[in-house]
Design a protein around this ligand. Structure first.
Ligand SMILES: O=C(O)[C@H](O)[C@@H](O)[C@H](O)[C@H](O)COP(=O)(O)O
Length: 237
């Protein structure tokens, strides 16, 4: 078990195999969703883009759940058309919304407007039926400490991170990224009933260690805002 200075109440699940840890995460998420569906008309599932979630998507899509009562959305989206290789929506449609999960309802974070700023109002309308707090959020993390599209080098970060900002989404233009982005805000993400952080690789472990070292400094590493009691980290080398 890696020796990490995790804050109290944050748990760490480790497996040597990326496939196995993805299966463990999928089983956990499916159980949380099933419990929620037993008590509520519907449940929400927020997932992340990038490379890490692929085996998790495949594993989760095979779980038997009443998927038609599950609303799936992304934590963040790159402002590119769906046929662009960078589209998170394409990724989710291809790898998660298949098999049993094909019946889930998908709420896109993107509209046809040219920029996320121009599309913001329409995206908010698209999300108007979303029930808060979110039920399940599965986050990833970059080695600059970003999570969702809460990037340390985006000028919009203070607004996206402001606990009192009750907007659902914010447009982001991180200098380090080739595409503009849209992201759920910290306040919406951080109030979720269940949150997991899915990481792969020794580099991500090093980044997590650094994040744990100075928790209050959330603007330098936005992932710090989510390192709080109840978070479950799923890591494999
Ligand atoms: O769309 C995105 O880029 C994400 O949602 C982002 O926050 C991602 O989770 C991390 O960048 C980790 O990405 P990898 O899994 O590719 O390392």
């Amino acid at each position: 078990m890696p020796d990490l200075p995790l804050p109290d109440g944050v748990s760490l699940h480790v497996d040597r195999s990326a496939e196995q840890i993805a299966r463990a995460l999928a089983a956990r998420v499916a159980a949380v969703l099933a419990r929620r569906l037993a008590h509520s008309a519907g449940a929400s599932l927020v997932v992340s883009g990038g490379a890490t979630p692929l085996p998790f998507f495949r594993a989760l899509s095979g779980h038997s759940l009443d998927w038609k009562r599950v609303t799936v959305l992304l934590a963040d989206e790159r402002w590119v058309p769906e046929d662009d290789a960078a589209s998170n929506t394409a990724l989710v449609k291809r790898h998660l919304l298949v098999g049993n999960a094909a019946e889930a309802r998908y709420l896109p974070l993107k509209v046809s407007a040219e920029t996320p700023d121009q599309g913001l109002k329409a995206v908010h309308e698209q999300l108007s039926e979303l029930v808060l707090p979110l039920d399940v959020v599965v986050l990833g993390m970059g080695n600059d400490g970003h999570t969702a599209s809460l990037f340390p080098d985006a000028s919009e970060l203070p607004s996206a991170m402001a606990p009192e900002n009750d907007a659902l989404v914010v447009a982001m233009s991180p200098a380090s990224q080739p595409n503009r982005r849209i992201t759920l805000t910290r306040s919406v993400l951080a109030r979720a009933r269940y949150t997991a952080l899915h990481l792969r690789g020794d580099d991500k472990l090093g980044t997590l260690r650094e994040a744990c070292s100075d928790l209050p400094n959330v603007f330098a590493m936005p992932v710090r805002a989510f390192l709080k009691p109840g978070l479950e980290v799923f890591w494999s080398p």
